[in-house]
Design a protein around this ligand. Structure first.
Ligand code: UTP
Length: 297
């Protein structure tokens, strides 16, 4: 199926306070997951779904992001001189991956505020938002499935994950109704980071969205919510409550592998899981992990 959506927006302007001091001088999205920064996996995912126009919402540490997706003449020349074409290909791959644009979010006033910074670039068309610290395993399909649903329903689509009820306070959580599709639910309400008692379900929003352009106007009229931040979840709640604005909100239920690299423990797990599956590192790492795990008892 061909999609009319071509633009991906990647917010990467959060303070990353859970990762201090590593994030003092660089965004958490640049932390390496094995040998690539987290954000490269995310850009690769967007491109794999046909979204070649990428807008990054950058914060105060914008330079490392820009440098990563740009040419580095000196490094390229040295690798070329040495005849190390394998490494040169890795360097050039990131440079040529997508058509990457940047806009600054002057102050980290929330994810909703970050998405609003994309208004000029996106214009009046639907677009995808991929959080730069959230990695979806490349072997599992999510974004393409969401684009399919956006195309057929002309509505807002979010990705949902069924989480353990003890973890709902970390996410935006949805009130849902079944649809005719096994992996799609209609969302009738949303609440940001509820307590376990107040959570309407255990369907949590993860970092993938396909949004309608109407979201910008809703965000402009969304007051700061939880944590004093302009929350994307609050704008989605408005859209879910009134389907006449932009067709309502639906959730694609993701049952694959997802890694939250913004959380220290999940980050460590992500590095191990991804490395274990890599042909170049996996066999040695697996063997070592088994011995190491046994030594812990
Ligand atoms: P998080 O809440 O995970 O990011 O935002 P954070 O605030 O940087 O994290 P901690 O708690 O301080 O460690 C989810 C996504 O939204 C982006 C972040 O970069 C991340 O990709 N974000 C968040 C922005 O771009 N701007 C903001 O104002 C807030």
């Amino acid at each position: 199926m061909a999609f009319k959506i071509t633009k991906a927006v990647i917010p990467a302007a959060g303070l990353g306070t859970r990762f201090l001091p590593a994030t003092k001088a660089m965004p958490k999205e640049m932390l390496p997951v094995v040998d690539k920064p987290a954000i490269q996996y995310v850009v690769e995912e967007a491109v794999a779904a046909g979204l070649h126009d990428v807008l990054m919402i950058a914060g105060r540490n914008k330079t490392p992001l820009e440098n990563h997706f740009d040419r580095v003449g000196e490094l390229e020349a040295i690798l070329e001189e040495k005849g190390d074409f394998e490494k040169l290909a890795k360097v050039n791959f990131a440079t040529d991956l997508a058509d990457v644009h940047y806009v600054r979010q002057g102050a980290p006033l929330g994810l909703g505020h970050a998405v609003l910074r994309a208004k000029m670039h996106v214009g009046n068309e639907p677009f995808a938002v991929l959080l730069g610290d959230d990695i979806i395993d490349e072997r599992d399909v999510l974004l393409t499935r969401m684009l399919e649903e956006q195309t057929s329903r002309n509505a807002t689509i979010v990705a949902l994950l069924e989480v353990d009820p003890s973890l709902v306070h970390l996410y935006g959580v949805a009130t849902v109704e079944p649809t005719e599709s096994d992996d799609v639910v209609r969302i009738t309400g949303l609440v940001e980071k509820p307590s376990r008692e107040d959570a309407p379900s255990n369907y949590a929003i993860i970092g993938r969205y396909v949004l309608q352009p109407e979201v910008f106007e809703v965000l402009e009229n969304t007051a700061p919510g939880k944590g004093g931040e302009i929350q994307l979840t609050d704008a989605l709640e408005t859209l879910a409550k009134d389907p006449s604005i932009a067709g309502g909100v639906y959730g694609v239920v993701f049952r694959g592998r997802r890694y939250d690299t913004g959380d220290r423990l999940d980050y460590i797990k992500a590095v191990v899981q991804i490395a274990v599956d890599r042909p170049d590192l996996g066999p040695d790492l697996r063997a070592w992990l088994k011995t190491y795990a046994a030594s812990l008892d």
